[in-house]
Write a protein that binds this ligand. Structure first.
Ligand SMILES: *Cc1c(COP(=O)(O)O)cnc(C)c1O
Length: 400
């Protein structure tokens, strides 16, 4: 129960229907106060350990909030050209790191224009683009695959799963690396975690040390990737700090981390309303004005049950299946219990909606994109977008 309410600590003295009154639903509200709260935790770790923590932009690219996060982070981490450009444009005084599964000839020059660190996914790509990157003074890394899975159940989020295309295995590393190529390198990057605690990082580090420790000792930095759920209530921060110190002392390297979720956890809401309710035999159904498939696709892809304000508490016993108005049968956000019968027009406020939502949403079924607001620390709302019909239409064809 506890973790389902944690996303709503912002609403302890004010209910969402007072907070959001009069604003057309559905919309996303990004919570400035929670970003600051999280940012302070992130900054504290960096001050204590000298590690550098970057924001993974693929999780959260909402640049209007970058000025809020900027004081607390060392830079941004990009998955390719566009995110690298966004990081450079919108947080120009911070480091830009890029990792991409494979770079392209027609983009590499522009990527290198924005990047401070560039991480390659194969020795092939390192040989191909490394000399150019080196000549431009970039810090070069490779992503390794320690082949050590610490997560069960989420194979699509496990880069250590068999046949993984992400990261260089030790056998490929040793087969394909030569002395000249190794000289291009400044660091090693791994990313194997997803929503995990620092005990899994600790176990991973032991494997990385055993397999790649002798190479790391000759380099300048290691990047622990993302997937560290740092600001979650039960996250063991002191063990993370021990892990950072282990890398610093054992290999003599600078340590980077690049969480996405671990920085923006619980920092946003998808505010919607009940459009309709009815029964299917004994089951209560509610149609919300937001859609899981369109507006929180990870609910279906991962899958997971997002927290919903006021639902699933100990005194709740009326269960509803809540889903969107689209034609997709599987457009179901989840089954939730309530202490009352839902009314049409009642608010449904989903929590933890800053991450992997606005960056992944879509207009399937012609669903409008929900507008994005900042929920400022003083509870005022600032509208950032003005989405409408054109955002649906012109991603599909010619605009006149
Ligand atoms: C996805 C990803 C991240 C961020 O992951 P989170 O789970 O949001 O912390 C960081 N680095 C790389 C290489 C990634 O692919």
């Amino acid at each position: 129960m506890k973790d389902l309410r944690a996303p709503f600590i912002r609403f302890k003295d004010k209910s969402p229907d007072i907070m959001f009154k009069g604003v057309r639903t559905p919309f996303y509200a990004i919570d400035e106060a929670m970003l600051i709260r999280n940012g302070k935790i992130i900054k504290g770790i960096q001050e204590k350990t000298n590690a550098k923590i970057l924001l993974a932009l693929k999780c959260f690219s909402n640049y209007d909030l970058f000025s809020v996060l900027e004081p607390y982070i060392a830079g941004t981490e990009a998955s390719g050209l566009f995110e690298a450009r966004l990081g450079r444009e919108e947080m120009p005084n911070k480091e830009v790191h890029v990792f991409c599964g494979a770079y392209r000839d027609d983009e590499i020059d522009e990527v290198l224009k924005y990047a401070d660190h560039i991480v390659f996914n194969s020795i092939n790509q390192l040989k191909k683009y490394g000399p150019k990157a080196k000549a431009l003074g970039k810090s070069i890394g490779v992503r390794i695959n320690p082949e050590f899975s610490t997560q069960e159940g989420h194979a699509i989020y496990d880069p250590c799963a068999p046949k993984s295309r992400l990261g260089i295995t030790l056998s490929s590393f040793e087969e394909e690396m030569d002395e000249e190529t190794f000289k291009l390198l400044s660091g090693i990057h791994f990313h194997t975690l997803c929503q995990q605690n620092s005990d899994d990082l600790e176990r991973t580090l032991q494997v990385v040390d055993k397999k790649f420790g002798k190479y790391l000792s000759k380099l300048k930095w290691v990047n622990f990737g993302g997937g560290h759920h740092i600001v979650r209530e039960d996250y063991n921060i002191s063990l993370l700090e021990d892990c950072i110190r282990f890398a610093q002392s054992k290999w003599g390297v600078e340590v980077y981390l690049e969480p996405g979720e671990g920085i923006v956890l619980n920092s946003g809401y998808l505010v919607s309303k009940v459009l309709d309710t009815f029964k299917n035999h004994d089951d209560y159904i509610a149609i919300s004005d937001c859609s899981a498939a369109c507006h929180m696709p990870d609910v279906i892809e991962m899958p997971y049950l997002p927290p919903l304000y006021g639902a699933n508490q100990s005194d709740c016993n009326i269960q509803y299946r809540i889903g969107g108005p689209t034609c997709l049968s599987g457009d179901v956000t989840g089954d939730y219990t309530f202490d009352h019968v839902l009314n049409i027009g009642e608010y449904l406020v989903f929590g933890d909606m800053a991450l992997y939502t606005t960056v992944k949403n879509n207009t399937f079924n012609g669903m409008p994109l929900p507008d994005i607001y900042i929920l400022h620390s003083d509870d005022s709302l600032e509208k950032l977008t003005n989405f409408g019909y054109n955002d649906f239409k012109y991603r599909l064809g010619k605009s006149k």
